[in-house]
Structure formats: C-alpha cells, structure tokens
Design a protein around this ligand. Structure first.
Ligand SMILES: N[C@@H](CCC(=O)N[C@@H](CS)C(=O)NCC(=O)O)C(=O)O
Length: 210
C-alpha cells in the first residue's frame, strides 16, 4: 500500500470527502492541517498553490474531485459496474454544481441579513429540485432503503453524508434546515453516520466551522 498524506486547511471543506473515503477504507494516512505561516511555507510545494493535495508515495496530486475519484476506485467505493459509477459521478457533479452556483455566493455574503435571506431562498427555491432528483435516484435502488447504488456503501453515500452534515451545521446556526422533510435522505444520512468507521471518525475529528 502506498503512503498517503492529505494536506488541507483546519477544516472539513474540500478535503473531508477524501478523509471519509480513507477512513471508511480503513486506510492509514497523515491528516496534515496547515494554517497561517505553516501554509505559506508549504504553499510553493503545492502543484497549484492550493489544497487539498494528496501525496502518494511522495507525489503530490491536486484537485479535490480527482482525488475523491482516485481514492474511490482504489478502495472499491465507486460501485460494482460502470452504470453504478456513472450514478455516483452524477451525484458528485450535482454537489459541485450546488456549491459553485449557490453555496459560494451565500458563504461569501458579508451582510448578515442578506446572508440569511439568501439561505432562505436557497432552501426554498434552489434546493428542492436537487432533493427531488437525489431522492428519485435513491428510490430507484431498493426503494431507497439501502445505499445510493448497489448493496454496499460507496462514495455517493459518503458524499451525501458529508454534504448533509456540512449544510445542516452551517445553516442550522441560522435556524434553517435545507433537508427539512427529506425523510429518505435523512434516513440514509443516519445509516452512513452509524457505519462503525464513520461514527468513530465523527467522534474524534477536529470540530471546525466548515
Ligand atoms: N478546484 C480545486 C480548488 C482548490 C482551492 O481553491 N482550494 C482553496 C481552499 S478550498 C485554496 O487552497 N486556496 C488557496 C489559499 O487559500 O491560499 C479543488 O477542488 O481542489
């Protein structure tokens, strides 16, 4: 097995899905969290002067979603067929779209009142079509009672858990739940959160705002 080092800031952010995959796979890795001066010292060594970066036996690889797909394939978490892999990748793209189209704008809004209004609009207008889509896909597999695809956990389930955790904590501070009423997704969230390796990680991982 190669030696893995995962470099990121002191947050879940764009690195947490990779961490979850490594944890679910039971794979040792160095979880290197850089801040301030330490980041500035290391930055020149990073391929695109940004993180996350996964170092595999000394080779530094960037781009969070490429890292996620690589780790998913490496540890058998990208489904059991090309069709399952397609559904997983489709979901990953949905989350990327939600982040770039909606979440970034809200996150960087400086005016607190405007921010809360944007969150409300996000929950009431932007999210429902995505939730309907994800629930429809989920129902196509075992009527939504198991995992997102197939009969075992994949990167799709970890991504759902990760996104739901992040949005719920972030918007929960403003009394908003973007997944309100999504019983199927909430049930899947619980199934993933109670996987022994994920539950163990959630207990010990550093608590961060994002
Ligand atoms: N497309 C890249 C984006 C990487 C990126 O922009 N990372 C941010 C943090 S999420 C960063 O390192 N910014 C540089 C800095 O803060 O100095 C990915 O998905 O990995």
């Amino acid at each position: 097995m190669p030696a893995y080092k995962l470099y990121y800031f002191e947050s879940r952010g764009a690195a947490e899905l990779a961490r979850l995959i490594l944890k679910q796979a039971g794979q040792d890795f160095e979880d290197i969290r850089l801040a301030g001066e330490k980041w500035l010292e290391k930055k020149p060594e990073m391929p695109l002067k940004a993180m996350p970066v996964l170092e595999i036996d000394g080779k530094k690889i960037c781009q969070s979603m490429a890292i996620v797909r690589y780790l998913g394939r490496e540890f058998g978490l990208m489904g059991s067929s090309n069709m399952e892999a397609l559904a997983i990748e489709e979901l990953l793209e949905v989350f990327t779209e939600i982040t770039t189209r909606h979440v970034m704008k809200i996150y960087f809004e400086q005016d607190q009142q405007k921010k809360v209004e944007l969150m409300k609009e996000f929950k009431e207008t932007a999210m429902p079509p995505y939730i309907t889509f994800i629930e429809t896909r989920l129902k196509e597999n075992n009527d939504g009672k198991g995992f997102y695809v197939g009969d075992k956990v994949t990167v799709a389930d970890l991504a759902l858990y990760n996104t739901m955790f992040s949005y719920t904590h972030w918007m929960g501070k403003e009394g908003q739940d973007p997944f309100e009423g999504s019983t199927l997704l909430k049930a899947l969230y619980k199934r993933v959160a109670s996987l022994p390796k994920i539950a163990a990680w959630e207990k010990v991982r550093p608590e961060t705002n994002m």
